[in-house]
Design a protein around this ligand. Structure first.
Ligand SMILES: Nc1nc2c(c(=O)[nH]1)N[C@H]1C(S)=C(S)[C@@H](COP(=O)(O)O)O[C@H]1N2
Ligand SMILES: [Mo]
Length: 425
C-alpha cells in the first residue's frame, strides 16, 4: 500500500507555541529553533551533523476510537491503524485505552463465541484437534504473562527515503497481561510429527477488498518459538475478555517477535513441515534484507529474510515531549525498555545530544518477554532547549543506535533512540 493510500482522517494540523514539528524537520537548524522558541540550545554545538531537532510541538491526526483515548494518532481507517503518543504508554501494564491497533483487514463484527472453535491441523499434526472455547479453557492449564508485542513497522515514519506502509511513530508497542493456554500444551494434545518446523495462524478478519475468500494475513513462528513457555493461546487480556479490536475471543501471543506473529480472532493453527507460506509470510512482508543495503536500494525477494526476535528498544513515557521544566529542580524521567527474546541489561540517558550518558535505574521484567521499567533523574546546567535521549542495551551488548538504523524496503526494525524535548526555564 502506498504511503498516501487509505482514507485519511480529520487532518488537524494544530500548532502549539507557533512552531510545528515539520518546520523543524525542514530547517533542522539549531539557530532557527532557538529563534522560534525564544531560547538557547545549550548543547547545540554537540548536535550531530545532519540530525534534526525534535522540537517542542507535535501535530498529529487524531480520531475517536470507541473506548480509546482521544489522542490516538490514526494512520489509516481502512484498515484501522492507530497508535498512542508515547507519554500515554506510561502504565506498567498497557490498558486497552492506550493500546495501538494494527489491522491488516476489517475487524470481525459480533464473533459467534457460542459456536467458536479452534482447529489445530496441518500436515505435521498427528491428530487434528477441534476445541470449543469451553473445552480449551477446561482442558488446559491457564498461564498469565505480561508480554511485549511491537509492530515490525514501528518507527517506519523515520526512514528516508520513506518506506511504504503505515507511518508509525514510536507508539506501536504494548505490554499487556495475557492469560490463556500454552500453545505448547495444545500442540502436544494434537501431537507433533517429527517433521514439524513451523506453525501458522488463521483469524476471522476479512479482506479490505470485500472478497470473503481472501485471507487477510496468516503468519506464524518456528516450532521452537511456538513451544516456549510464554507462547499463549490467550482468551483474556488484563484480567478481562480480550477487547474485540485486539482479537476477541481468542488470540495467539508470541512476545518479543513482530506483533504480526500474534494472530487475532484465532480460529485455526496449522503445523507445517516447511516455513509457513500464508499471506504476509512471503515476498517482502515482514522481512528485511539479509545484508546491509543503501537507502532506496531495490532488493531481490530472494535476499529478504524473515524478521524473528525484535531488536533492543526503549521509550521515554514521562515526561511528555515539549514539557517546560524549572531549572532549579531536577527532572524525573521514566519509561520502558525491551529487547525481543532477550532481557535489557542497561539503560542510559543523555541530555547533550549523545556526548555523555548517565545510567538509569532499570528494573527486572515481571516475567521473561515483559518490558522493563527504567527511571532517572536529570539536572540541567542552564535554561534552554534540551533533548533527552534514551538508550537501552540488551544482555548481549547490542545497543540502540542514535540515528535510524539500516534502511530496508518496507521500513521495519527502526530501533533508534527515543528522543523527547524539554524547555528549561
Ligand atoms: N487476524 C489478524 N491478526 C493480526 C493482525 C491482523 O491484521 N489480523 N495484525 C497483526 C499485526 S501486523 C500486529 S502489529 C498486531 C497488532 O495487534 P493489536 O492491534 O492488538 O495491537 O496484530 C497482528 N495480528
Ligand atoms: Mo504489525
Amino acid at each position: 500500500m502506498n504511503k498516501n493510500d487509505g482514507e485519511k482522517v480529520a487532518a488537524s494540523e494544530t500548532q502549539n507555541e507557533g512552531v510545528s514539528r515539520r518546520s523543524f524537520l525542514k530547517t533542522g537548524s539549531v539557530t532557527a529553533l532557538a529563534a522560534a522558541i525564544g531560547t538557547q540550545v545549550p548543547f547545540g554545538s554537540l548536535l550531530p551533523d545532519g540530525m534534526d531537532l525534535v522540537g517542542l510541538a507535535h501535530a498529529e491526526e487524531t480520531m475517536a476510537i470507541e473506548g480509546k483515548i482521544p489522542e490516538m494518532i490514526v494512520l489509516n481507517t481502512k484498515p484501522l491503524n492507530a497508535e498512542p503518543p508515547p507519554h500515554f504508554l506510561d502504565d506498567d501494564i498497557t490498558p486497552f485505552e492506550t493500546m495501538f491497533v494494527r489491522n491488516n483487514g476489517i475487524t470481525p463484527v459480533n464473533p459467534d463465541v457460542a459456536n467458536w472453535t479452534l482447529t489445530i491441523d496441518g500436515e505435521s499434526v498427528k491428530k487434528p484437534l477441534i476445541l470449543s472455547l469451553a473445552e480449551l479453557k477446561k482442558r488446559f492449564k491457564p498461564y498469565t504473562y505480561q508480554l511485549q508485542i511491537e509492530c515490525g513497522g514501528n518507527g517506519r515514519s523515520e526512514f528516508n527515503p520513506p518506506a511504504k506502509g503505515n507511518q508509525w511513530r514510536v507508539g506501536a508497542v504494548s505490554c499487556a497481561e495475557w492469560t490463556g493456554a500454552r500453545l505448547r500444551d495444545v500442540l502436544e494434545a494434537a501431537g507433533l510429527k517429527d517433521d514439524a518446523v513451523y506453525i501458522g495462524y488463521y483469524g476471522t478478519d476479512t479482506h479490505v477488498s470485500g472478497d470473503p475468500e481472501k485471507v487477510v494475513i496468516s503468519r506464524g513462528v518456528p516450532i521452537a518459538k511456538a513451544l516456549e513457555d510464554e507462547s499463549l493461546i490467550a482468551w483474556a487480556m488484563n484480567g478481562a475478555e480480550i477487547p474485540l479490536l485486539h482479537g476477541y475471543p481468542l488470540r495467539l501471543v508470541t512476545g518479543g517477535w513482530p506483533a504480526s506473529t500474534s494472530g487475532k480472532w484465532l480460529k485455526r493453527i496449522v503445523v507445517r513441515n516447511q516455513v509457513h507460506d500464508g499471506p504476509k509470510m512471503t515476498g517482502m512482508s515482514y522481512r528485511v534484507p539479509a545484508y546491509p543495503v543503501a537507502p532506496g536500494a531495490k532488493v531481490p525477494e530472494k535476499d529478504m529474510k524473515i524478521i524473528e526476535s525484535m531488536p533492543v528498544k526503549s521509550l521515554v513515557t514521562f515526561p511528555k515531549s515539549g514539557t517546560v521544566h524549572p531549572l532549579a529542580q531536577p527532572l524525573e524521567i521514566r519509561g520502558h525498555a525491551w529487547a525481543g527474546d532477550l532481557a535489557v541489561r542497561n539503560m542510559d540517558v543523555s541530555i547533550d545530544f549523545g556526548a555523555t550518558w548517565q545510567p538509569c535505574t532499570l528494573k527486572p521484567p515481571k516475567n521473561r518477554l515483559a518490558w522493563q521499567n527504567w527511571s532517572a533523574t536529570v539536572s540541567f546546567p542552564q535554561a534552554g532547549y534540551y533533548e533527552i535521549w534514551a538508550r537501552a542495551t540488551d544482555e548481549k551488548g547490542a545497543m540502540q543506535p542514535m540515528v535510524v538504523p539500516g534502511w530496508n524496503p518496507r521500513g521495519y526494525l527502526n530501533n533508534a533512540c527515543h528522543r523527547i524535548a524539554v524547555k528549561v526555564i
